[in-house]
Design a protein around this ligand. Structure first.
Ligand code: KET
Length: 474
């Protein structure tokens, strides 16, 4: 059977490219000359082998297909081109908005002039632009060396024996989230016990970070809704029955979302229990300086666990305490027993980071390093931090007073007792939905409000809304 040659053309703006294709009895000599010899042998001159028959069947199919080049005089539609109505991704279902970051999405859509966003904290340091980096080279996989050294000092203390003995490896990561993820990936690969215990409740991203890194996530009791305080006995019981060696996620200070922290005595009991069972502490430090206004006081929990010469991990974020949210700057430190172990651990951290994002961004880290390195800038920063922490405490008092003045039913003393940027109000999801609908106040559905989003001007509006919610919605 004779093969056919025709032409299809690819049309670009200024030219069209013609290519030989199959059509009956139109093979001209120039086309013949261009044809490969093995194809020539089949264009009417060769034998009719099984291969020829298969080729012919394929060609017949191609020339009769409705999307063939003959039919459209253009390139045939591929499954991923725009010619077909069905996307290869049409089965993909819409994912839900993030429960925390989605609050701001909803807030931005609301046209109300009285709207109030208490979903995500926002407070910035005026030192933001300090140390602008003009260098745009790649950083090493582990980040800016100076930033790493200074970050370790900030969390473990300038006089930490672990730092002096070179037992700490610190790598710059993508803010707190990235530091947790890198730490978790490292543990999933190299630590013998792949179960991590997280507090109940905790920051909503924790279970996802750890599960996706390959750890198995369990929880320990933490918050007692009846007292709106710490369920210390429940915590001790749950950690006491955790398998030996399990990883335990601890919020270094200003627990999110509850604002409930153990006292120093309770921390000491937790430390003793964890060390006696060989549980591995993984600290999440996203609010150093925001709990008390003192960087050192807010790192006490971590430092207790380092002072006993044991091992631990710590993820630091500069998003909140330096207002560097979008710069994505943070650090992961792993405190080891010896310098030799620490350097081997660092070599493995590099193998985790390199295929994940290669190396971290330079700008935010250079701002942090400039502030931490310079005594004057550092002092200025600590003064700002103290002012921000004090402002939050003042907002707590103003809100509590405003509820008292309104005679809002219930005990609201926890507003003053809780620590850090968030108040875990105790409002239920129906009351939260009511406040958003009727008062345009946005917060996460668990009733958490960011005190940093409040001002003396907006406190009365919030107090009115809470009063209406608790008196009209159960
Ligand atoms: N740990 C905790 C406890 C935490 O609350 C956050 C952020 C992070 C880590 C990570 O932050 P990063 O920006 O990666 O350094 N929490 C706030 C923002 C968010 O959900 O992303 C929040 O709870 O509103």
């Amino acid at each position: 059977m004779p093969l056919k040659f025709s032409r299809f053309s690819i049309k670009t703006k200024n030219q069209s490219y013609h290519s030989p294709t199959l059509s009956p009895n139109k093979t001209n000599s120039r086309q013949k000359a261009k044809m490969r010899p093995e194809l020539m042998s089949r264009t009417g001159h060769g034998s009719s082998s099984a291969t020829d028959r298969r080729l012919n069947a394929l060609l017949r199919h191609l020339s009769s297909s409705p999307s063939s080049m003959d039919a459209h005089d253009s390139i045939s539609a591929s499954p991923t081109s725009g010619f077909q109505n069905d996307s290869v991704f049409s089965h993909v279902v819409r994912g839900p908005e993030d429960p925390i970051l989605g609050v701001t999405v909803a807030y931005n859509k609301d046209p109300s002039p009285v709207k109030l966003n208490l979903g995500v904290e926002k407070q910035s340091s005026s030192l933001l632009m300090t140390g602008k980096s003009r260098i745009k080279e790649y950083l090493p996989i582990v980040g800016l060396a100076d930033f790493n050294k200074l970050s370790a000092k900030l969390i473990f203390g300038a006089d930490s024996p672990a730092i002096r003995e070179n037992r700490v490896t610190t790598v710059q990561c993508l803010s707190g989230t990235g530091s947790l993820r890198v730490g978790a990936e490292f543990l999933a690969k190299h630590y013998h016990q792949r179960t991590i215990y997280i507090p109940q409740p905790t920051w909503g991203n924790h279970p996802k970070i750890f599960t996706l890194a390959g750890l198995s996530v369990k929880s320990y009791r933490y918050y007692d809704p009846a007292t709106r305080g710490l369920n210390f006995l429940g915590l001790l019981e749950d950690l006491g029955s955790a398998p030996s060696g399990a990883i335990v996620l601890l919020h270094a200070c200003a627990h999110n979302p509850t604002g409930v922290d153990p006292t120093l005595d309770q921390w000491e009991r937790i430390r003793q229990l964890m060390r006696s069972k060989g549980l591995l502490p993984f600290f999440d430090s996203a609010y150093q300086g925001f709990a008390s206004g003192s960087l050192d006081a807010d790192a006490q929990s971590v430092r207790m666990f380092v002072a006993d010469s044991g091992e631990c991990l710590a993820a630091q974020s500069y998003a909140k305490n330096m207002g560097l949210y979008g710069e994505r700057v943070g650090a992961l430190s792993i405190v080891c027993k010896t310098a030799v172990v620490a350097s081997k651990v660092e070599s493995q951290l590099k193998l985790v980071i390199r295929p994940m994002y290669s190396n971290p961004p330079i700008h935010g880290a250079s701002i942090v390093a400039a502030i931490l390195r310079d005594r004057n800038l550092y002092n200025e920063w600590t003064i700002e931090l103290k002012a921000m922490a004090d402002r939050i405490i003042s907002m707590r008092h103003q809100l509590s007073d405003a509820l008292r003045v309104r005679g809002t039913p219930g005990d609201w003393s926890h507003i003053i007792k809780q620590i850090g940027m968030f108040t875990f109000t105790g409002l239920n999801s129906k009351q939260v939905a009511f406040m958003t609908k009727e008062y345009h106040i946005y917060m996460t559905s668990d009733g958490r409000i960011s005190m940093a989003g409040l001002s003396s001007k907006t406190v009365p509006h919030l107090a009115d809304a809470i009063h209406a919610a608790v008196t009209s919605v159960v």
